[in-house]
Design a protein around this ligand. Structure first.
Ligand code: F58
Length: 796
């Protein structure tokens, strides 16, 4: 392909035809959508590779620090449009395809989502990689190349059904296999004690094989590497078994090893699952450390330089084994004194916490841990001992009461520990890490999450992006605070009309999509109230559906009141083992079936649950939302990042003072945010009142009626008791205080709905949300990590 610097549609067309012929082996007359998609991907990839090589060369010649982001999850979604947008080739590509008689949107939509993550934690990792490249910071993401990403979701009679995800069965152009980069990793076996150290002789081995995906930043100025590990058998094929006719047995070593990188875990509720999960964690962490040290050794011959040249970020506790593994390599294998090994590891590692939920804080039974990683268990005891010697406080052990606690391990082995919003970081200091924080008051820092504006505005919302560029120029794309420039236009009716028109066009597109997927017709002029995220009790999708049910009842009771036509839109997956969350999905679908067909109300209220929530669906929903539902029980949502995407795209929040909602409200202004609910402090006090739910229900007949409708089988006439347990839970413990927050949610929702009827005022509020969301760029977050945690620099 010609190496022109500003490719035209014509040169891109030529490149596409070249790849279609010589890489795909098809002539244009017979090419299918997938063939065009691959041909275009190769044409784009060529250009990304040029940037990638240049970045790698510059990183080596600069000799600076590299950042390594270790994460079990990278929820990257599609990469073709992302690459085109960042290289500023989207228009040319569309023109080129159109000139070839090919529909560009179908080509872009043909790419399978790389769903290598569950939710926010994985998507954050993907945003961070893009920002690191945009900022010109030498960095690698390290993770697992799952054969099956997060399951695909469909509904059968309203119930969630899970299907295996098979992204790798369709071709894609983004990864480069690196057969020369393989590491042998062990599990189990024996530990041989020497006088001052030990040697681990694993009983089982697998190979980790590298696959690299370049991640290009804005304007193609820099590209970093996402290196994902795939598991391969150390002895792939048992010929003796095969020759004896045992064909299944012959393939067993390969199958067992490959299991490690076969599936992304949505949860770890089974014992078998637990062991595999720990294996996955060690597998990718150890492979990544080997790789990091190999690169380090190729440039430096003094291991004491490690913290100066290498920053390793642990994304949650999933890679926490990096602490003992690094100590093992430095001490057992390289012969450094234990204390030196500890010190080097601590100064190299840092850890991000993403949750305070006790059930989500990882811990492993010592039996399992010692069986898989016997030397690491010994080293953890040594780490505990060293920490106790320095800080003789009881009860802070990593290895305690038969459990290995990964949060404590990560904290002790890191020089910095960060939370992901101001509120969450504060709560970390008061709760999970209270005592460790007392001992190490400088260690916990806050880095409020952010999102990449390239994907979450420029690419997903071109109508709004163009309008913004018309008003403030295009520098906002990598300097998002420039959005404040929009405030100067807020008194211009022309600007507000254009803002409203962009939103409406996005809503029309979404309505068409919803009709195509679900058959449901919705009115694009209704208020789109959107809650999209993993299904979890703390996120309170059940509070949202209760409000919808109550609204339906109230509309029926007062049909002439000035109701705002509203569409409640949900999307989200429940972990397959999380029965309560799955029941909430079913309740929402059952309620939708009744309410959407009620002739008295269907012009005023509809409920839509879109199946199979993923990054690509989020890219459709967020630009079309009017109202962003961020309604978790205060103190439970560490940050949220969807909340930022909505606000950036001009959807005000209805939300609690939780996670980054607090900071969003501070930035956009309290008057542009529909606040409701108890604070984290009030939640704790309220929960202590034994009959808090009963009191809340007794005080609010609207809530009481909604609960009664569910309980009496209005939405499940063929099985009236179907949701009895949900209502019982709400009347009974109601740990997440749905009932106690309902009345205020109802009020706030009513206020939002009333304001929506005043369209100019609404649009102004929406535009203010966009104008004041610049701080939520992941570029800002990464700069914070660079100065406060990594001490890394941009090579621009
Ligand atoms: C999320 N965690 C937090 N975990 O819930 C969210 O508040 C925050 O904004 C985000 O991280 C980024 O900091 C999250 O997504 C998971 O997906 C778990 C991973 C391990 C298995 C269970 C789900």
């Amino acid at each position: 392909m010609p190496r022109d610097h500003v490719p035209t549609a014509a040169s891109l067309r030529e490149a596409v035809l070249h790849h279609l012929t010589y890489a795909i082996g098809k002539d244009p007359d017979h090419a299918q959508t997938q063939d065009w998609r691959m041909a275009l991907s190769y044409a784009v990839r060529d250009r990304i590779v040029d940037a990638w090589f240049a970045s790698t060369r510059k990183s080596y010649s600069a000799g600076g620090k590299r950042v390594y982001y270790l994460s079990m999850e990278f929820l990257i979604g599609r990469l073709l449009q992302d690459g085109l947008v960042n290289l500023r080739l989207l228009d040319q590509a569309k023109e080129a395809l159109t000139s070839l008689g090919v529909a560009p949107d179908a080509v872009l939509a043909d790419e399978p989502d790389a769903a290598l993550g569950n939710g926010g934690l994985g998507r954050l990792a993907a945003c961070f990689l893009e920002s690191l490249s945009t900022l010109g910071v030498p960095a690698y993401g390290y993770g697992i190349r799952y054969e099956h990403g997060l399951f695909q979701q469909s509904f059968l009679d309203g119930r969630q059904v899970e299907h295996p995800e098979t992204w790798l069965m369709q071709p894609h152009a983004w990864e480069f296999e690196r057969p020369e980069t393989r590491y042998k990793l062990g599990f189990g076996g024996e530990v041989e004690d020497l006088a001052d150290r030990a040697i681990w002789h694993p009983g089982e081995a697998v190979f980790a094989a590298a696959y690299d995906t370049p991640i290009v930043g804005w304007q193609g100025k820099w590209a970093n590497t996402l290196r994902l590990w795939s598991a391969q058998a150390a002895n792939p094929f048992d010929l003796t078994a095969f020759n004896a006719g045992d064909f299944a047995g012959a393939a067993a070593p390969e199958a067992t090893a490959r299991t490690i990188s076969r599936v992304l875990y949505p949860d770890d509720t089974t014992d078998g699952g637990k062991e595999l999960r720990l294996k996955q964690e060690y597998f990718f962490t150890a492979a990544s450390l080997h790789d990091i040290l190999r690169r380090f050794d190729s440039e430096y011959n003094d291991i004491r330089l490690l913290p100066k040249k290498v920053a390793i970020q642990l994304n949650d506790t999933h890679p926490a084994i990096a602490g003992p593994e690094l100590v093992r390599i430095l001490h057992d294998e390289r012969g450094l004194p234990f204390d030196t090994a500890m010190d080097l590891a601590q100064h190299t590692l840092s850890y991000t916490n993403h949750t305070l939920l006790p059930e989500a804080l990882e811990s492993w039974p010592e039996g399992l841990f010692g069986r898989l990683l016997p030397r690491h268990l010994q080293l953890i005891d040594q780490i505990d001992h060293a920490h106790y010697k320095a800080y003789p406080v009881r009860g802070l052990s990593v290895h305690d009461h038969g459990q290995v606690k990964m949060g404590e391990l990560s904290f002790i082995m890191a020089h910095r520990v960060n939370g992901v919003s101001a509120l969450h970081t504060g709560l970390m200091k008061q709760t999970v890490f209270e005592r460790l924080h007392d001992l190490h008051p400088e260690r916990i820092v806050n880095q409020t999450n952010g999102v990449t504006p390239r994907r979450w505005l420029l690419s997903c919302n071109p109508r709004l992006a163009d309008l913004i560029t018309d008003q403030v120029g295009e520098d906002w794309v990598d300097d998002l605070e420039q959005l404040t420039g929009l405030e100067a236009h807020l008194d211009s009716p022309a600007f507000l009309n254009a803002f409203a028109a962009a939103k409406r066009a996005n809503k029309v597109d979404l309505a068409a999509h919803i009709e195509a997927v679900t058959g449901e017709q919705i009115d694009p002029d209704a208020m789109f109230d959107v809650q999209i995220k993993r299904m979890h009790e703390y996120k309170r999708q059940h509070l949202n559906i209760l409000e919808a049910i109550a609204r339906w009842q109230q509309i029926k009771a007062n049909p002439t009141a000035p109701w705002t036509p509203t569409v409640k839109i949900f999307a989200g997956k429940a972990a397959p083992g999380y029965v309560f969350a799955k029941d909430i999905i079913r309740l929402i679908n059952d309620a939708a079936a009744v309410i959407n067909t009620d002739p008295d109300t269907q012009h005023l209220l509809k409920i839509v649950f879109l199946p199979n929530y993923n990054v690509s669906l989020a890219e459709k929903l967020i630009p079309a939302a009017d109202l962003s539902g961020q309604i978790s029980t205060a103190g439970k949502e560490a940050s949220g990042t969807g909340n930022m995407k909505f606000s950036l795209n001009g959807a005000p929040t209805i939300g609690t003072l939780d996670g980054a909602n607090v900071e969003i409200r501070d930035h956009v202004g309290a008057e542009n945010f529909f606040l409701f609910g108890m604070t984290a402090e009030e939640v704790m006090k309220r929960r202590a009142i034994p009959d808090h739910a009963a009191k809340a229900i007794a005080a609010d007949p609207i809530l009481a009626d909604a609960l009664k409708a569910i309980e009496s089988g209005v939405f499940s006439p063929e099985e009236p008791g179907r949701y009895a347990h949900i209502v019982e839970n709400l009347r009974g413990p109601d740990y997440f205080l749905v009932c106690s927050d309902f009345t205020d949610y109802w009020r706030a929702h009513g206020e939002a709905a009333a304001l929506y009827l005043d369209q100019p005022a609404w649009t102004r509020m929406a535009a203010l949300n966009t104008a004041r969301s610049g701080w939520f760029s992941s570029d800002r977050t990464i700069k914070g990590y660079m100065t406060d945690i990594w001490r890394a620099e941009s090579l621009f």
